[in-house]
Design a protein around this ligand. Sequence first.
Ligand code: C2E
Ligand code: MG
Ligand code: MG
Length: 702
Amino acid sequence: MATAACAVCLLVLAILFAIDYRLDTGADAALIRQAAVAAGDPAQTGDIATDLARHRSDQFGQRLVVLAGSGLVLLFVVLAFAWRLVRRVEAPLDELRGVVERLASGAWTTRIEAPAGQYGAGLARALDRLRIALSDQAATGRALDIMLDSMNDAVFVTSPEGLIKRVNLAAAQLLGWSQMQLLGRELAYVISDQDRTNFNIEQAANETLELTVRTQSGQIIPVSLSGSVIAADDPRFQGCIFVARNITERKRAERRIRYLARYDTLTKIPNRLQFQHSLQQAIARARRAGRSLALMYVDLDHFKEVNDTFGHAAGDRALEILSERMIAKLPPDTMLGRLAGDEFALFVENLPPAEDNRPAIAAHARELLDELGRPFQLDQHELYVTSSVGIALCPQDADNVVDLIRNADAAMYHSKQNGGNSHSFFTPEMSAVAVERLMLKSKLRRAVERNELVMLYQPKVDLRDGRVVGGEALLRWRLPGHGDISPAQFIPLAEESNLIQEIGEWVLKRVCSDYRSWQDEVPKPGRISINLSLKQLRQAEFLTRYRSVFDDTGVSPSNFELEITETTLMTDARRMVRLLDELYAMGLHLSIDDFGTGYSSLSALQQFPVGTLKIDQSFVRHAAVSREDATLVRTIIEMGRNLDLEVVAEGIETREQLEFLRSLNCHCGQGRLFGEPMTATDFLQLLLAQSRGEAGYGGMFG
Ligand code: C2E
Ligand code: MG
Ligand code: MG
């Protein structure tokens, strides 16, 4: 550039020089003409011109030399100036190049100052703006890294093909690889061998999967992997992002729940659900292999007494001991399960199909019974528990789980009926009874909540004039699709559990509230008797609960009579006397139900504060035809009179029976002759009719 400037300068000088020369030449011509005129000799014009030309030529040469010299000087000056100029620009540029290199190496924190001198300030400012922009961008990137690394879940960013482009710290920690080691690998690489074959990146990117990953050390970890596709126009950013959550704890909890749902926590053996499931599989195996299978249903005899006497903790300990014994005695190919409280079952697989397996199974059963019946130590007490075993064979007795268990249970029940500590094989006759019992037991539990219990009242009639003097409250279980079930059937079932307490309370509340509503309509509804079982009376809180029901309903206990069988009274006579004294003190009347069926003497019954004797219907039924029964009924009535007891005859069905009882001056009677047990509303109608003087039974009493 300097050279060009120099050349331009020279050119300008040359032009000036040429112009000067031209002017000089023009001036010379005029001078020559003037000189020729002055000399008066035009001929000299040529000489003058020649001299002048020579002079001019010399002058031109000198000027040329001067021009060349000054051109050179000028060129030198220009070059020197240009060199200085270049130096002044180059120094800040060098400085700024260093700055750019620093920026490239990621040093974005130091502010870029303008270099010394007047050059490069603008560039420095621009570079500083660039520095700030880069530093902001880098901060965003770092913030993303910090955020990803702060996540508890492992994050993998992959290419659309599944190559890992980015991972966070949690991913590295989960897998035991460094972040660098994971970059560039396929995501499938970290999936465990068992799940890798089915792993598909596209599927994984669109849903949440549960699979296992393999760590560097070879550990298998369950994760929940949820993926999504990164929708970006720029192909560099396209790919998928996956979040993997370690679900080891959840899986463990699930396993625990599954275990708890399938295993009995006390004995650690399969529960009913699991046992049935395994039995189903065993039946299928037996069917395929053409083999037989035997199911043994084991129920501990009177186990409730262990609980009642020693408490539930001791009962649990006993169950543990007994189940351990059973496990120790299990024949090969056998599985044991706990079906309910004290009910266990086991099945023996792989029995020969054609042979009669009964002797071998019977031997197992006997061995099991002996083992279970051995005494054991519990809270410094030595006790022993016998068991009852029922056996059903598959496919001979049943070929499915439900029927097989039901039949084995029926056989077990049969052993129980025979006094326990024995085993029985199922026979078809057993099933009907057991089916009924099982069904009732499971449904009774819900009867109270479902309002399936109904209270009926059977009128009690004064045998002198046929007046209704009260009634007996009789419970019914109105099971849908099954009709009414008698308490004689379900009360013993309720007594096997604590349900009897709940039912007993329900009965008292119902009777009290019915009584209240009758009192609103008739002044004296009479005395209502309520049946009580031994188990009810034995409940620890019986008295308190009874008292509170009377208090709550506001009905006086003196309107009621409690019916207790003589067997119940004599079971724990001393305690019973105390209890009945208390009930009597509350104002309740007490009567001995089903009198005559027990073995107690009347004098033994005198210790109780009872006011009424109820002659059992089985004697009344035959009294009119059987001499023995007639004598028995007469004796009871006479003895009752002597002891100042009111005597009630139950189950009067015929006129003959009525006449016979009247002839003996029996006080009261009840039975079908006067009416079946009826609803509270019907009983009220009966009382209302009587109060209007329209007594229903008048005709029978002449
Ligand atoms: P129970 O106290 O001896 O009751 C008399 C039973 O004889 C009743 O049977 C009654 O329906 C029936 N009966 C009445 N009249 C006649 C008749 O003329 N002929 C014949 N053959 N039977 C007649 P139910 O109602 O089936 O009750 C059976 C037993 O269940 C009762 O015997 C009683 O011991 C018990 N029971 C009834 N209700 C309750 C209750 O609420 N709680 C308790 N713990 N036991 C109850
Ligand atoms: Mg009764
Ligand atoms: Mg009775």
